[in-house]
Design a protein around this ligand. Structure first.
Ligand SMILES: [Zn+2]
Ligand SMILES: [Zn+2]
Length: 180
Protein backbone atom coordinates (compact mmCIF):
# COMPACT_ATOMS: atom_id res chain seq x y z
CA UNK A 1 0.00 0.00 0.00
CA UNK A 2 2.68 2.50 1.03
CA UNK A 3 4.72 1.36 -1.98
CA UNK A 4 2.44 3.46 -4.17
CA UNK A 5 4.16 6.53 -2.74
CA UNK A 6 7.59 5.41 -3.91
CA UNK A 7 8.68 7.31 -6.99
CA UNK A 8 10.98 5.61 -9.45
CA UNK A 9 13.41 8.34 -10.47
CA UNK A 10 14.62 6.42 -13.51
CA UNK A 11 11.23 6.87 -15.16
CA UNK A 12 10.52 10.38 -13.91
CA UNK A 13 9.32 12.41 -16.91
CA UNK A 14 11.24 15.48 -18.09
CA UNK A 15 8.35 17.80 -17.35
CA UNK A 16 6.95 17.80 -13.85
CA UNK A 17 5.16 14.76 -12.56
CA UNK A 18 1.85 15.34 -10.86
CA UNK A 19 0.72 12.87 -8.21
CA UNK A 20 -2.61 13.06 -6.42
CA UNK A 21 -3.44 10.53 -3.74
CA UNK A 22 -5.46 9.97 -0.60
CA UNK A 23 -4.40 8.06 2.47
CA UNK A 24 -6.23 6.87 5.56
CA UNK A 25 -5.74 6.03 9.22
CA UNK A 26 -4.24 2.59 8.58
CA UNK A 27 -1.61 3.97 6.25
CA UNK A 28 -0.65 6.66 8.75
CA UNK A 29 -0.27 4.15 11.58
CA UNK A 30 1.98 1.95 9.47
CA UNK A 31 4.38 4.87 9.01
CA UNK A 32 5.30 4.79 12.72
CA UNK A 33 6.70 2.19 15.05
CA UNK A 34 4.37 1.34 17.93
CA UNK A 35 6.25 3.43 20.51
CA UNK A 36 6.44 6.47 18.21
CA UNK A 37 2.73 6.66 17.37
CA UNK A 38 1.39 10.21 17.67
CA UNK A 39 -1.48 10.94 20.05
CA UNK A 40 -3.79 11.93 17.23
CA UNK A 41 -5.02 9.69 14.45
CA UNK A 42 -5.40 10.54 10.82
CA UNK A 43 -8.92 10.45 9.42
CA UNK A 44 -7.96 11.16 5.84
CA UNK A 45 -5.22 12.94 3.92
CA UNK A 46 -5.53 14.28 0.39
CA UNK A 47 -2.25 15.19 -1.23
CA UNK A 48 -1.42 16.85 -4.50
CA UNK A 49 2.28 16.69 -5.40
CA UNK A 50 4.40 18.10 -8.19
CA UNK A 51 7.80 16.56 -8.68
CA UNK A 52 10.47 18.10 -10.87
CA UNK A 53 14.14 17.34 -11.25
CA UNK A 54 17.24 19.31 -12.17
CA UNK A 55 20.06 16.86 -12.66
CA UNK A 56 20.28 14.82 -9.45
CA UNK A 57 18.25 17.31 -7.44
CA UNK A 58 14.57 16.54 -6.95
CA UNK A 59 12.08 19.25 -6.04
CA UNK A 60 8.80 18.34 -4.43
CA UNK A 61 6.00 20.85 -4.07
CA UNK A 62 2.79 19.69 -2.51
CA UNK A 63 -0.55 20.61 -1.06
CA UNK A 64 -1.90 18.73 1.91
CA UNK A 65 -5.52 18.74 3.06
CA UNK A 66 -6.18 16.37 5.93
CA UNK A 67 -8.43 15.67 8.86
CA UNK A 68 -7.14 14.38 12.15
CA UNK A 69 -8.91 13.35 15.31
CA UNK A 70 -7.85 13.50 18.91
CA UNK A 71 -9.48 14.04 22.28
CA UNK A 72 -10.52 17.65 22.78
CA UNK A 73 -8.10 19.00 25.38
CA UNK A 74 -11.02 20.56 27.32
CA UNK A 75 -13.95 18.15 27.17
CA UNK A 76 -12.09 14.93 26.17
CA UNK A 77 -14.66 14.13 23.46
CA UNK A 78 -13.12 12.99 20.18
CA UNK A 79 -12.61 16.09 18.03
CA UNK A 80 -11.97 16.03 14.29
CA UNK A 81 -10.22 19.06 12.86
CA UNK A 82 -8.90 20.02 9.41
CA UNK A 83 -5.18 20.62 8.92
CA UNK A 84 -3.12 21.28 5.84
CA UNK A 85 -1.08 23.65 3.77
CA UNK A 86 1.61 23.82 1.12
CA UNK A 87 5.06 22.32 1.44
CA UNK A 88 8.28 22.09 -0.52
CA UNK A 89 11.21 19.72 -0.24
CA UNK A 90 14.54 19.59 -2.02
CA UNK A 91 16.17 16.20 -2.20
CA UNK A 92 19.72 15.43 -3.24
CA UNK A 93 21.40 12.04 -3.56
CA UNK A 94 23.11 10.99 -0.33
CA UNK A 95 26.91 11.23 -0.46
CA UNK A 96 28.82 8.85 1.78
CA UNK A 97 31.16 11.68 2.94
CA UNK A 98 28.27 13.91 4.03
CA UNK A 99 26.68 11.02 5.87
CA UNK A 100 29.86 10.60 7.92
CA UNK A 101 30.56 14.31 8.31
CA UNK A 102 27.63 15.45 10.43
CA UNK A 103 28.57 19.15 10.37
CA UNK A 104 25.70 20.33 8.22
CA UNK A 105 25.35 23.88 7.02
CA UNK A 106 22.05 25.72 7.32
CA UNK A 107 21.37 25.21 3.65
CA UNK A 108 21.94 21.48 3.91
CA UNK A 109 19.48 21.24 6.78
CA UNK A 110 16.67 22.40 4.49
CA UNK A 111 17.63 19.72 2.03
CA UNK A 112 16.85 16.05 2.47
CA UNK A 113 18.70 13.16 0.96
CA UNK A 114 17.61 10.20 -1.06
CA UNK A 115 19.39 6.96 -1.73
CA UNK A 116 19.27 4.97 -4.93
CA UNK A 117 16.65 5.41 -7.63
CA UNK A 118 13.60 5.82 -5.44
CA UNK A 119 12.03 8.61 -3.40
CA UNK A 120 9.47 7.61 -0.83
CA UNK A 121 6.84 10.29 -0.30
CA UNK A 122 5.34 8.54 2.74
CA UNK A 123 7.77 9.95 5.37
CA UNK A 124 7.47 13.41 3.81
CA UNK A 125 3.68 13.36 3.98
CA UNK A 126 3.74 11.97 7.54
CA UNK A 127 6.18 14.68 8.61
CA UNK A 128 3.92 17.35 7.12
CA UNK A 129 0.88 15.95 8.92
CA UNK A 130 2.70 15.83 12.28
CA UNK A 131 4.10 19.37 11.82
CA UNK A 132 0.66 20.84 11.15
CA UNK A 133 -1.21 19.41 14.11
CA UNK A 134 -1.80 22.20 16.64
CA UNK A 135 -0.48 21.82 20.19
CA UNK A 136 -3.97 22.11 21.60
CA UNK A 137 -6.94 20.40 19.96
CA UNK A 138 -10.40 21.78 20.67
CA UNK A 139 -13.71 20.34 19.42
CA UNK A 140 -14.96 23.90 18.99
CA UNK A 141 -13.30 27.24 19.73
CA UNK A 142 -15.74 27.87 22.59
CA UNK A 143 -15.77 24.37 24.07
CA UNK A 144 -16.96 24.71 27.66
CA UNK A 145 -14.96 21.69 28.82
CA UNK A 146 -15.69 19.46 31.79
CA UNK A 147 -16.92 20.61 35.16
CA UNK A 148 -13.83 20.52 37.39
CA UNK A 149 -15.91 19.14 40.26
CA UNK A 150 -18.31 16.53 38.86
CA UNK A 151 -16.68 15.94 35.46
CA UNK A 152 -19.89 16.48 33.49
CA UNK A 153 -19.47 17.66 29.89
CA UNK A 154 -20.64 21.27 30.06
CA UNK A 155 -21.25 21.38 26.29
CA UNK A 156 -24.10 18.88 26.53
CA UNK A 157 -25.10 18.91 30.21
CA UNK A 158 -25.29 21.32 33.06
CA UNK A 159 -24.69 20.91 36.75
CA UNK A 160 -24.96 23.04 39.85
CA UNK A 161 -21.30 22.87 40.76
CA UNK A 162 -20.14 26.16 39.35
CA UNK A 163 -21.48 28.38 42.11
CA UNK A 164 -20.11 25.91 44.68
CA UNK A 165 -16.61 26.33 43.28
CA UNK A 166 -16.79 30.07 43.90
CA UNK A 167 -18.26 29.53 47.34
CA UNK A 168 -15.51 27.06 48.19
CA UNK A 169 -12.85 29.55 47.34
CA UNK A 170 -14.47 32.13 49.55
CA UNK A 171 -14.78 29.57 52.32
CA UNK A 172 -11.07 28.79 52.09
CA UNK A 173 -10.32 32.47 52.22
CA UNK A 174 -12.55 32.85 55.29
CA UNK A 175 -10.85 29.98 57.09
CA UNK A 176 -7.50 31.44 56.28
CA UNK A 177 -8.48 34.76 57.84
CA UNK A 178 -9.85 33.08 60.91
CA UNK A 179 -6.60 31.14 61.46
CA UNK A 180 -4.59 34.33 61.30
ZN1 LIG B 1 -14.35 20.04 23.67
ZN1 LIG C 1 -20.36 19.89 38.01
Amino acid sequence: MSDSLKINLTILPEERLRLAFSEDAEWFKECFSADELPEFSLVRADVNCFITRAGDTIFIRGELAAQISQECSRCLELATIPIGGDFTYTLVPVKEETAENMELTAQELETSCYRGDFIDLAPIICEQIVLRVPMKILCTEDCKGLCPRCGINLNTDSCYCHSDVVDDRLAVLKNFKVKN
